[in-house]
Each structure stands twice: as C-alpha cells, then as structure tokens.
Design a protein around this ligand. Structure first.
Ligand SMILES: Nc1ncnc2c1ncn2[C@@H]1O[C@H](COP(=O)(O)OP(=O)(O)O)[C@@H](O)[C@H]1O
Ligand SMILES: [Mg+2]
Length: 205
C-alpha cells in the first residue's frame, strides 16, 4: 500500500499551496504520486463540488453530509484506492476530518452520524497522516481572494471559529495520526516542516 496524506484546515490556511509544493518535491524525486481534493477530484465529484460550494438552494447539514460523502465515495473508488494499491503517495486536499469539523462541529450534525456516513464512503480507508494547518479564521480569511463560496460566506467569528475548535477537539481525541503546523509561518518554512515529516514516513513505504 502507498501513503495517504490529507491536508486539513480552515479557509485560506494554505492547504492548496502546500499540496502544490509537496507534489513538486515528490515529482522531482520521481516518487509516484497523485494529488486530489474534496469535494471533487473527479468529473462527477466536481459537479457535486459546484452544488456544495455555489448552490443557491438551501441545503440542510444532512444533505451536505451526504453530498460530500457521495463525492468521497466516488473519489475513493476511482482515484484514492487504486493509487494506494499501486503504491503511490496520495495527497488529498481535505478528507473525512473536514466533514467532522464542518458538518459535525460547525453545522451541528451528531458526530457519530458523521462518522457513520464517512465510513460508508471510505470503506475504512484512513489517512496515514492528517496535516492540520492551524490559523485563526480571521487571519485565513484575510488571505482569500475576492468572491465567497457557501462556506466562506459563513460568519468568521461564529461558524469558522467552531470549525477550528472542532478540528482542535478532534486532534485532542485522535487515535489516528495528526501533525499540527502553525500556518502563519511563511509558505516556504511550512513546506520544509511538511517535507521533514513526510520524508520520515516515505522511508517506511
Ligand atoms: N503561509 C502563508 N503565508 C501567507 N500567505 C499564504 C500562505 N500560504 C498560502 N498563502 C496564500 O493565501 C491564499 C490562500 O492559500 P491556499 O493555499 O489557497 O489556502 P487553502 O487552500 O487552505 O484555502 C493564497 O493566495 C496563497 O498564496
Ligand atoms: Mg484550497
């Protein structure tokens, strides 16, 4: 099996930036890898992404939970599981923990319900490592370009504080592997910290 690394964190925490940088490094070393994202990562998933991020319809937290997991299920089937079976490093921009933080802690769906739905989608495939890029929501938002999706439109001090507190609570109770990085550092410094950690795990693959 390959190595499954997920990047987690709030809006503007630098997930996409760090995935690009880690992917570049893996490519330079000819380490087979796939970078993908949630929701999305496939044609079908990207159609669901548009609905989840930009739908003008009111979506209940439960509808969101199931749509995210429909996208996840398809991504697991067609991208993540095959790549891991081929021994690749899989980098994913958000995964199950995002659903716990956003639909669970922030939207209020019972955590056990979120976990059950996540389990249907993942079939038990879990990240070998979750990297949490930690930043105050207010600071993350200052980095965002203009234009807001459904989640970015939520209140910074209410909703997004709950997302961050949710992540921190998850990490506190975690039985799986988390690596927390202060995301206010420069992109370059964060990339070094990420690489130091990932390199130590690559030796094990
Ligand atoms: N460590 C950092 N310090 C300052 N700006 C950053 C940092 N990381 C990313 N950025 C910038 O912040 C914005 C959001 O970064 P991005 O990687 O898209 O975050 P995310 O994917 O977590 O929403 C981008 O314009 C990016 O260039
Ligand atoms: Mg991003």
């Amino acid at each position: 099996m390959g190595l499954f690394i997920c990047f987690e964190g709030g809006e503007g925490s630098g997930k996409s930036t760090q995935i690009r940088s880690l992917k570049r490094r893996l490519n330079q070393l000819n380490i087979p890898n796939v970078a993908t994202r949630e929701p999305g990562g496939t044609h079908f998933g990207n159609r669901l992404r548009k609905i989840l991020m930009f739908s003008k319809d009111t979506l209940t937290p439960e509808t969101e939970l199931l749509l995210f997991n429909a996208s996840r299920s398809h991504l697991i089937d067609t991208v993540i599981q095959p790549a891991l079976e081929e021994g690749k490093v899989v980098l994913c921009d958000r995964f199950s923990a995002s659903t716990l933080a956003y639909q669970g802690y922030a939207r209020g769906v019972a955590l056990e319900t979120v976990k059950s739905a996540n389990m249907i989608a993942t079939r038990g495939i879990q990240p070998d490592l979750n990297i949490f890029l930690d930043i105050l929501p207010e600071k993350g938002f200052q980095r965002l370009p203009p234009g807001r999706d459904r989640f970015e439109s939520e209140d910074v001090h209410e909703f997004h504080e709950r997302v961050r507190a949710g992540y921190l609570d998850l990490i506190d109770r975690a039985t799986d592997d988390w690596f927390v990085i202060d995301a206010t550092q420069t992109p370059r410094k964060i990339a070094e910290i990420v690489w130091y950690k990932v390199r130590s795990m690559l030796d094990l693959v």
